[in-house]
Structure formats: C-alpha cells, structure tokens
Design a protein around this ligand. Structure first.
Ligand code: PEP
Ligand code: MN
Length: 368
C-alpha cells in the first residue's frame, strides 16, 4: 500500500512519523518513506511493505495530512502506476524529466575522435540543444569490432561538453566499474556536465548491473528495452533498478529483434509508448536510430528515421535518442544510421511540429 501525503507534508515531519507508527502496529509491516518528484509537485509517499492485505486503508485516510491511500499490485511495486499513483519526475543537472517533458538527445553513437566530438557539440549548441549521447563503452556483436575508447576519452568528452553547454550526456555502461570511472572523470574536470547512465538492450537482464545502477544516486538511468524479451520482463528489469533505491529511470524503446531484421534493423515498437506510460510512473524515450538502423528514404521523401520518430512523439514520447555524426563514413560504430549535422535543424523542427501536435491532441481529448 502507498500512503500519499498532502503536498506540503515533508518526509521528516511529525505527521509522517504518526502514520509510520500506526502502520508498524500491524504485524510484519515495515514502512518506507520516499520523496517523489511528481510531474507538477513534490510528494511524500509512505510505502507499507509486508502482508498489507490485512491492513485497512480507512484509518490512514482519516489523518488530515494524508491525501489518499493506494493499494499496490504485486506487479511493478516501485515503478507501477497501480490505481492512480502520479508519474515520477526528476531534475538532473538543471534538466527536468517526467512524463510531461520532452527532450531530444542527438549525438554520437560512439566517441571516436576529439575533433568529431567538438564538431558534434558545436552543432548542438548552435541548435540550442543541451542534451546529447556519446558512447565510450560499446557492447559489440563481434569481439574484433571497435569497443569504444573507454575512460581514456572521458576527459576531453566532458571538457568539450562543458565548453558547449551540454548538460546531460546519455552514456552506456557495460560494467559496474565504469560508473566509478565516469564519476572520477567528471570530478577531475570539475563536473562540467552530467551523465545519464545507459543500460543497453544486451544488458537488459544483467541483474547485477541493474542492481548496481539502482543502488547509486549520482546518475539517472536510461534503461533500454531488451530486444528479445517481453515488455513485462523489461519492466521488471526497471523494477530491479528502482527497488535498489534509484527511481530516476527513463524507459527507452529501441525496437525488437525479428526474423532477418527486414526491412529495418529492428521491428519498431513505438506503439508501446502509451503502454509504458500507463503501466509505469516513468518517462519514456524512443531510439529511432537503433530501431531503423539505416537511412532509407520513404516514398514521400522523408527518412524512415523521421517517420518512426514522429510515430513515437505523436504517441507521447518524452525523449528521443538519435544518432548523428559529422562524418558517418569515418564512424567506428553505426555510421550507416547516423544523420548528418546539416540534417539536425530539420530533425529538430520535425520533432517540434509533432510534439506540438501531440499536445494539441491531448488538449482536445473528450473529457472523461
Ligand atoms: C546505443 O544506444 O548505442 C546502443 C548500443 O543501443 P542498444 O542497447 O539499444 O542496442
Ligand atoms: Mn549504436
């Protein structure tokens, strides 16, 4: 059961202590206080853990400081919507993320050279973008392929991010030790930027890595849906992160593996944007680049990547992760799907048109 306190009630208040005291009178019940950054307000929630079916809701609802109580379902205890829990939101390095916000993260699939990073960041700054992606640790199908420059590229990557006002860099980790490498490198250059730790599709069920990402509070986590597992399994993976203590999670849809990967690298699954927003309290990201995997052009002249991006945004996506590269022919990873820097303005304008259209659709929905 979740006991939602009224907006002005602080986690360390007497009111919260009174609720905990009453809850812990029931046998086997343990209360946990969580501060929730909801979409529009900050809330204190008290989670009752243990055999809560025996615990009635009414006595708690009689407290003047209690807004409501919600019975939680077994499924997705920490991240689930249950019966009316508000979506989570959080602010990281000055950027707000929730089911109401929208950000585009254009950037390099993998860091290759300092020069390419600088060209990329310069273009982002010129376009007014402060969120990007850049891989230093790359999980590759073949052990002989470029594996990323690892920690050696972090100093110049972070320094350039600071120079060009990049506030958040989405960066995959493949091993827990890389969290410390990122933290140390950020500190060494004076924390000029922030990092959103990415758990890639190949590690979607690496439970030990999920627990490590969940047990640190320094970085939010971008969790990429497992490409060959069910949505339920992917959301349970997010539950691993949240139950370990970190609920600053964004779920990223990035396509599913299908027979032969034809016509796209992965089967685009952006119809699941509203599904994830309904089942969970988490913001949802789409990755059109790893879904489509190539720059094929549709009959109307728009890239397939643009079409699927629009499909995700019109369905309510809160974030778009998209590959760009100043010289894709030189890219050491995923060059064929990278958009060019001169294509950035059109990509952003197209995304903005669709986002506006989504907001209008929501405004015009019939009252329920
Ligand atoms: C990536 O974003 O660079 C990546 C490898 O993505 P995914 O884990 O979705 O394949
Ligand atoms: Mn890639």
């Amino acid at each position: 059961m979740i006991i939602v306190m009224k907006s002005d009630v602080r986690p360390d208040s007497l009111e919260v202590q009174q609720v905990i005291k009453m809850a812990e009178r029931y046998p086997g019940i343990h209360a946990e206080v969580r501060q929730i950054e909801g979409a529009s307000r900050s809330l204190t929630e008290i989670y009752l853990l243990g055999p809560t079916t025996q615990v009635p809701q009414e006595p708690f609802e009689e407290f003047p400081a209690v807004e409501k109580t919600i019975r939680i379902r077994e499924r997705y205890r920490s991240i689930g919507r249950h019966d009316g829990a508000e979506a989570f939101g959080f602010e990281y390095n000055g950027v707000r993320f929730s089911q109401d916000t929208f950000h585009v993260f254009p950037g390099l699939c993998a860091v290759d050279t300092r020069e390419n990073v600088e060209l990329m960041f310069k273009a982002l700054k010129a376009a007014g973008i402060q969120t990007t992606r850049a891989g230093a640790y790359k999980p590759r199908t073949s052990p002989y392929d470029f594996q990323g420059h690892g920690k050696s590229c972090l100093p110049y990557l972070f320094e350039l991010a600071g120079k060009y006002d990049q506030k958040v860099i989405a960066m995959e980790i493949t091993h827990e030790s890389q969290i410390d490498e990122i933290r140390d490198a950020l500190r060494a250059c004076g924390n000029p930027t922030g990092v959103m730790i990415q758990i890639g599709t190949r590690n979607a069920q690496n439970f030990e890595l999920l627990k490590v990402a969940g047990s640190q509070q320094d970085f939010p986590v971008l969790f990429k849906r497992g490409m060959g597992i069910t949505l339920d399994e992917s959301l349970n993976a997010c539950e691993y992160i949240a139950s370990a203590g970190n609920n600053r999670i964004i779920v990223c849809l990035r396509g599913m593996k299908t027979n032969y990967g034809d016509p796209h690298r992965n089967f685009v699954d952006f119809a699941h944007v509203p599904v994830v927003r309904r089942l969970t309290r988490l913001p949802v990201c789409i990755d059109p680049s790893h879904s489509v995997g190539k720059k094929t052009v549709a009959a109307d002249g728009l890239l397939d990547i643009h079409h699927v991006t629009a499909q995700g945004i019109i369905a309510g996506a809160n974030m778009v992760l998209v590959d760009f590269h100043p010289r894709p022919e030189e890219a050491l990873c995923d060059g064929p799907q990278a958009l060019l820097l001169p294509e950035l303005a059109h990509f952003l304008a197209d995304a903005a048109v669709v986002r506006k259209c989504y907001l209008d659709r929501v405004k015009q929905r019939p009252a329920s």
